[in-house]
Write a new protein. Structure first.
Length: 42
C-alpha cells in the first residue's frame, strides 16, 4: 500500500542506503580486498 504522505525521497533512501552498503561490502565478502576503499572500482 502506498502512503501518499511519505516523501518520495524517504522511500528512495530506505532502499538506496542498504543497496549501496551491500555493493561496497561485496568485494570484502568475496575476499578481493580487506576494506571496501581498497577495491579499484570505488
Amino acid at each position: 500500500m502506498r502512503d501518499d504522505f511519505t516523501p518520495e525521497y524517504t522511500r528512495y533512501q530506505k532502499y538506496l542506503v542498504p543497496a549501496v552498503n551491500y555493493l561496497k561490502q561485496n568485494p570484502v565478502a568475496a575476499g578481493i580486498c580487506t576494506h571496501w576503499m581498497q577495491h579499484p572500482f570505488t
